[in-house]
Design a protein around this ligand. Sequence first.
Ligand SMILES: [Zn+2]
Length: 453
Amino acid sequence: MLRPIVRHLTYDAFLRRDGYRLGPHRGALHASQYFSPERLRALQLERLREIITFAHRHHPFYRRRFATCGFHPGDLRELGDLAALPLLTKEDLRRGLSDHLSDGFGPADVLHKRTGGSTGVPLRVAIDFPAASLKRAATERHNAWAGRLPGDRLAAVWGDTDKPTPWRDRLRNALTERAFYLDTLHFDSPHIEAFIARMRALRPPVLLGHAHTVYRLAEYARRHALDDLSLTAVITTAMVLSPAEREEIENVFQAPVFNRYGCEELSIIASECECHTGMHIFAEGLYVEFLGADETQPRELVITDLTNRAMPLIRYAVGDYGIVARGDCPCGRGLPRLREVAGRSADFLYTPEGVPVFGISILDTFVIHIPGIKQLQIVQYRYDHLQFHIVRDASFSPASLERLEHTIRQVFGPRMRYELHYVDRIVQSERGKYRFSICKIPGLGSSQPPADS
Ligand SMILES: [Zn+2]
């Protein structure tokens, strides 16, 4: 009964009160998703010129940067000309860019975002309200592809949500997002059962969460025959999704998975449409470059925010690797696609010879195909040594160990040494995200793995 009231009244009222103006963006984004790729690129070039010119005139960091490399906004004739500018690293962002807002913007004119980032170095980003409104409208558009509309209830598996909230926040949630949560920091039987009971009572059409945690919820639901949840879609986000995880989630919940990719600094970057042929990029607001020549391999993603003037992010090395999708999508949208996001640079592991191994590419090999491993985290401090943190279940046996040994040899070669630690749970990182692989080799953490340089 509340749904139409929220959809048509209170949801927008709260957004307006917070300074968002979504109205004009909704219609525009609905239309532009079907523009031809050429028309979208022309739109991107126009917006790129605007943001570069603005940054040059109004932000001291870019004034200095453009002067140093002899770049003038007038030099930008096509999208490829952007490559003349250096990358914006997280270090640049931390020390330099985020010290200032552009001329004309004060602290009250922006939304402040903080993120721990994959390296654990805190980052501060400020987003002006016109840009935040466009991003919000884009998120709504991508939600709608998965069938989620404003006013619908939402079941969400998310980090650090299990804390007392003031009544104002609860009221606001009831009249806007209508979300209820399972806190990934309390991911145990009583909390899971309570969450599933609520899902059965309230029947939210969509379940949202970090990919691996949603997978573990699906596993739990299957084992305890709690899978009659009548979902219409599952939105997975914040982490890479392996094929076996997708299959399990879809089988258990009998609903398609819509994977998406985003980050705190940029909000939504890309998400799947109903055809599931990769993730359509939010190209009206972002320009994504792929560094490197080999299109078949994961390449470093460099992203320019086309609309945030308060703190322009130009050629931002976001720290993720992805593969571009070629060809048209049957849905008819002209938005370019990411075939997959292969992971973060901090999620790479290495063979003793220094060859990078993408964590996500081996997740299934270890977790799904070795019996008895409930959860696993691999930490690497040296090229020739791995630490395995393993949560076992009842079926773990000597055969599991043999299989593990064999798999390590296969993936990392004969010279790799390793040690096993059996643990009760894997400690989660920022916002309850689980990381399958963590590389702590000293001196790494630059944006390129050593084998490429
Ligand atoms: Zn599509």
